[in-house]
Structure formats: structure tokens, C-alpha cells
Design a protein. Structure first.
Lengths: 201, 201
């Protein structure tokens, strides 16, 4: 069994901020790697008739306060509630998916979350969209053109179907040994099962 | 500031099994007490247009596996997926509420969850309903008659309105220092904030 956990996420998911920003440190401490797997959580939520947070004021208020408290707990930056929901969730996740093939996915996703949560800018609209790509040494025009192609749309749909087939319905989700763990707060549970499975194999 | 955390719950909530069964030990280790506060989570969910788990197969499957894994983690009994949802959520929570006034709430709620999760019996229907009361030394006829009175219905509505006014939308929820913590997996966060608040006062 490879010492690797699949990290399924969508840029645009609020709790995924916590995982995106702490996962490298967690990986190092646990001595394992994560495979970054972008998908379109919004498409799955629509299909499942899940009602998103932003239509439920009490839950939304609670969610932000909970993310803020957890960010403090992990020593992550917090600059107040960022713009929500982001406008073009599919576009930035298509970028992340093509970046996964090219080897700069984690780099891009961290830049996107930093602009969103730390600078308070929707990473899916300009100027943030291009700025984040330039900041990690990518050519925005080329990357965005590629991400708006039919091929990129198909690729994200395929990734999202794969997520759905695994039983994934939210972001972040960690997958190891055929089990899924939903939520940043289940990352440690996933590692525990992964290590038990790896030791047994 | 009193060294007490409010523990809001509804019998019928699945994740509340974990809190109900481990909270005494947690309280002892942390040197604090919990005030057991029954409310009607279903009424709040209907009001908020929250779609319950049992209409979402993927989420439901995941939820049970997650509860099972977490039960194992806490060393709690697990006998497979119990009957769900329970039939008369309001009735058993009206019993729990009158029990809170009489001083045997925790005792009753633990008996109800044990019959539900360990013996696989819906605690809100007979014979489990009466058996659970007898097992803790209560007279089922008297208790059930009291719990079906208008006064008991009003009392649960009042408790539920109080929960709603605090921003509560799910069970279990822990409240301390004016902050709410939703989910069994936030119990430790609640204690941490509680102790920080108590130390500062």
C-alpha cells in the first residue's frame, strides 16, 4: 500500500482553507504524502440537493466563527470573513486540475486560498485570478485559456464523477484504504487509519 | 463564571450518542460539569429547511461509518446501525426535559441511547420506552402521562426556542462564554475556551 492519502478538495470550500494551509506540515510530521485531487463540490451538492451554507444565516454565522477559532488553533492567518461564495468555482478548480498534471497544484491552491482568506479577494475573479498565477510563475493568459477549453471542462467533470463514485459529497475529503473522511477535522482520523493499514500490509 | 458548560442535545441525534456516552468521563478529567439541556432539534431543522440525513444515501452511509469509527476511537459499544430515524423524537425529549427538573436526566438519556445503539431498539416506542424508564427506577405510566401533557409540550417548545435564540441548529451543541460549539467533535474546543474564560475571570 503506498504511503499516500488522497486529498480531495474544491477551491471555494471554506473549511478546506484549514487543510490546504496545514497539510504540508501534517504530512511532514506523519511521514507521508498527500495527492491533491481537485473536484467540483458544487456540482455534487446540486446533484444531492444539498443546500449551501449561504442560504442559512445561523449556520453560516456559526461556520465562520468555527473556521476562525480553528484557524487560531492551528496558528493560521485570519483576516475576517472573506467574500463568499466565490464566483467561478469551476474555473479555479479546472486550473487546479491542470496544475495537478503539471506539478504545481499545491502551490497554486495555497496562493488562491491566501488571496481569498488573507487578502479578502475572490480568487476566481480578476485581478486576483491572474495575480495568483503570476505570483507562482505561471502565465495567466495561457493557463486561463487552457482552463476554459472543453477538454478542461471534461476533465473536471471526470474528476468529479470519480469523487462521487467514491461516496464523496463534501470538501475536504481524505481517502485511504477505501475509506473516506470528510472535513478538515477528520484529517487526523484518516492518518490514523492510513498508518494502521500501511503497518498491516 | 461558573465552571459549567451547557450541553444541548436531542435524543434521536446520531452523533449525540458519542457525547452522551463519553461526557461524564470528559467532565471528570477536565474538572467541570455539564448541564444537560434537552431540546427538539427536529423542530429547528424543519424551521431552517435543513434536509435530514435519511433522505441522502451517500451522506447517511458516511455518517454511520463515521460514528462507528469514532465510537471505536472512544471505546464505546457499537452493535451496527440502529433504527433511524426514531419515531417519537419529541416525546423522549419531553421526558428528558422533565427529568432534568427532577434530577435524573443524564441517567435517562444514557439508558435511552444504550437501548438504541447497543440493543438496536428505538427508545421512543414500546417496549423500549417503558423499559428504559423502569431500568432507572421510574414509573413509566406516570412519566409518560406527564410527558404527553400540554405543559410538557410547552416546556419543550420553550427550551427549543431558547436553543434557537442562542444560534443552535444541531445536536449536540456545547455553549460556554456566549459561544456555541456544534458537534461531538467540538467538545474539546468548547472545554478549551471554557477553561480560558474561567481562568481569565
Amino acid at each position: 500500500m503506498p504511503s499516500q492519502i488522497d486529498f480531495w478538495f474544491s477551491i471555494g470550500s471554506t473549511y478546506s482553507y484549514l487543510s490546504v494551509m496545514r497539510i504540508d506540515k501534517v504530512a511532514q510530521l506523519a511521514g507521508l504524502t498527500f495527492r491533491w485531487r481537485p473536484f467540483d463540490v458544487r456540482a455534487i451538492m446540486v446533484e444531492m440537493n444539498n443546500i449551501p451554507f449561504h442560504t442559512k444565516p445561523a449556520k453560516l454565522r456559526y461556520m465562520w466563527r468555527d473556521v476562525e477559532r480553528r484557524a487560531a488553533f492551528y496558528g493560521l492567518p485570519w483576516s475576517g470573513v472573506p467574500p463568499y461564495p466565490i464566483k467561478h468555482l469551476s474555473l479555479v478548480n479546472r486550473i487546479a486540475l491542470s496544475a495537478a498534471d503539471a506539478g504545481w497544484c499545491a502551490h497554486y491552491v495555497k496562493a488562491a486560498y491566501r488571496s481569498w482568506f488573507v487578502n479578502g479577494q475572490d480568487p476566481s475573479v480578476e485581478p486576483s485570478l491572474s495575480d495568483n498565477l503570476r505570483a507562482i510563475g505561471q502565465n495567466p493568459d495561457e493557463v486561463i485559456a487552457r482552463a476554459t477549453s472543453d477538454q478542461a471542462k471534461d476533465a473536471l467533470e471526470t474528476a468529479t464523477s470519480a469523487a462521487s463514485a467514491l461516496g464523496i459529497f463534501g470538501s475536504p475529503t481524505f481517502v485511504t484504504n477505501g475509506e473516506i473522511f470528510w472535513g478538515d477535522d477528520r484529517l487526523e482520523d484518516a492518518i490514523q487509519l492510513h498508518q494502521a493499514g500501511t503497518a498491516a500490509s
